[in-house]
Every structure is written in C-alpha cells, then in structure tokens.
Design a binder for this molecule. Structure first.
Ligand SMILES: [Zn+2]
Length: 265
C-alpha cells in the first residue's frame, strides 16, 4: 500500500517521521517522570533546572531545541542533547518499522510501533535508574493482545508458550548464577522484560534477542568503564535488551528462516 504512488509514499513517510519525533519527545518526558517518580498525567512539562512551565512553542520536537539553540528560554540553562537525539532515534525507528511492515498487516505495524515506544522508555529509565518500572512490563503485556487480534488464538498460544519457554529456564539459570556468584546476576526487571518480549517474539527470536543483548551489554559495560558515572559498574541490561529488540523486530524472522534453511535438505 505504501508504494502505490510516489506522492503517497512521501506523504506517509513524512507523517511517520513526524509521529516518530512526537513519540520520541513523549517517551523522553515519560522516562524522566518515571525516573523522578512523577505522574505523566499530572502537571505541565517544566524545565528541569528552573522549574518554569513550558509553553506549546517550547515543546515542538527537534524544532524547539534548534530554535532555542539548546537552551531554556527562561533561565538559559543548557538542555540535554538527549532530547533531540531521542526524538530523532524514534523518528528513525518509526520509519524503519513502516518501511519494513507497510500497512498490509495494520495490527502488526501498530504493535511494533507501540512496543517500540514502551521499549524506548524502558531503555531510558533503565539507563537513568538501573530499574524498570512494572507498569512498562504491563503495557508490554497489553500490547500482546494486538498479536491476538491479528493472529487469533494460535498467536496467543504461541506467544504464551514462547514466554514460558524463555522465562522459566532463564529464571532457574539466574537463581543458580546468583547462588554461585553470591550476588545478583540479572535484575528482576530485566528477567520480566525478556518474559514480556517472549510473548511478542516467541522462543527462537527471544534467544536471538538474548544473544544480541549480551553483546550490546558488553559493549555498554566497556564504554561505561571509561566514564566517571557513579553507576559505571552496573550495566543497564534492560537498555541493552530494549535496543537489541529493534533489529530483531525488523530482521529477526527472515534471519531465522535463513538460518533454519541451512539445515533443510
Ligand atoms: Zn529553565
């Protein structure tokens, strides 16, 4: 549907990028409020330094940051580069999902777009606090219902089996590793996140996700070691899982089919 005509393609992709920018701005604000134990539903957006309420003109994704040259309009404090970067990343994510899935299967496209928002918020909160609030897991589970709407009972059953097949052995492994190491090997939030993603991906793709997450986590650990961050010794594994889900959403299924085809005669 997306490529019916050039003008339609440009229109849909521009709209998608715009929605992605707005989603990135929302996820960033949501993550900040979760990390600071503030409700997203209450209170207007405000400057983190002077506390001044922000007007609609201050909240236009990317454009406000560029127009204000990265400074608060009221106190002149520098606005973190994280805001425009988060907005641009989500615009790229939205574009990649729409280009990959088109709208032939609307529920699938919507599920990956909404799940991407939840995962991006997970990535930001876990990076800031090394914790993942349970409400983000619950949202991930609710989005699994979209898989049911698209694939029916078989989709629900395969998701539940995938989640159980991922969560139970991993839970046992983590318990053993905790005992052997004498410390927490994987946070409870990370474990729950992998269980929730098991619902969406099924067993095989979640194993692929786990491998990618470990590689991403190791790279992050290496990079954090060279910073003066107070949390340098703690790898934000939830962030690694959430970021690694992006390539799995886009290319996991074709990659798995290719891998399995190597063993078929
Ligand atoms: Zn300010």
């Amino acid at each position: 549907m997306l490529f019916l005509s050039a003008s339609l393609t440009v229109y849909v992709l521009s709209l998608t990028a715009l929605l992605g920018l707005v989603a990135g701005s929302f996820c960033n604000a949501w993550a900040w409020r979760l990390a600071h134990h503030e409700s997203i539903a209450r209170g207007r957006s405000h400057c983190a330094v002077c506390g001044h309420s922000l007007s609609a003109g201050d909240l236009i994704p990317l454009a406000s940051y560029l127009a204000l040259r990265g400074k608060c309009r009221y106190c002149g404090a520098h606005i973190s580069r994280r805001y425009p970067i988060a907005e641009a990343v989500m615009a790229l994510y939205f574009l990649s999902v729409v280009l990959r899935y088109d709208f032939t299967s609307l529920f699938t496209t919507l599920r990956w777009l909404f799940l991407g928002c939840v995962l991006f918020t997970v990535a930001l909160v876990d990076w800031d606090t090394r914790e993942i609030p349970d409400r983000l897991h619950i949202l991930g589970i609710l989005l699994f219902l979209l898989r049911g709407a698209q694939e029916g009972l078989s989709g629900i059953c395969s998701g539940l089996l995938g989640a159980a097949a991922v969560f139970i052995p991993l839970f046992v492994l983590v318990l053993i590793a905790d005992k052997v190491l004498g410390r927490e090997s994987m946070g409870g939030g990370d474990l729950k996140l992998l269980g929730v993603l098991g619902l969406h991906f099924g067993l095989a793709l979640t194993v692929l996700l786990l491998i990618l997450s470990c590689i991403t986590g190791l790279v992050m650990g290496f990079l954090l070691k060279h910073t003066k961050s107070k949390d340098a010794g703690l790898i934000p594994f939830g962030t690694a899982v959430a970021l690694s889900a992006w390539p799995v959403i886009l290319f996991g299924s074709p990659l798995l089919s290719w891998y399995l085809s190597l063993f078929s005669l």
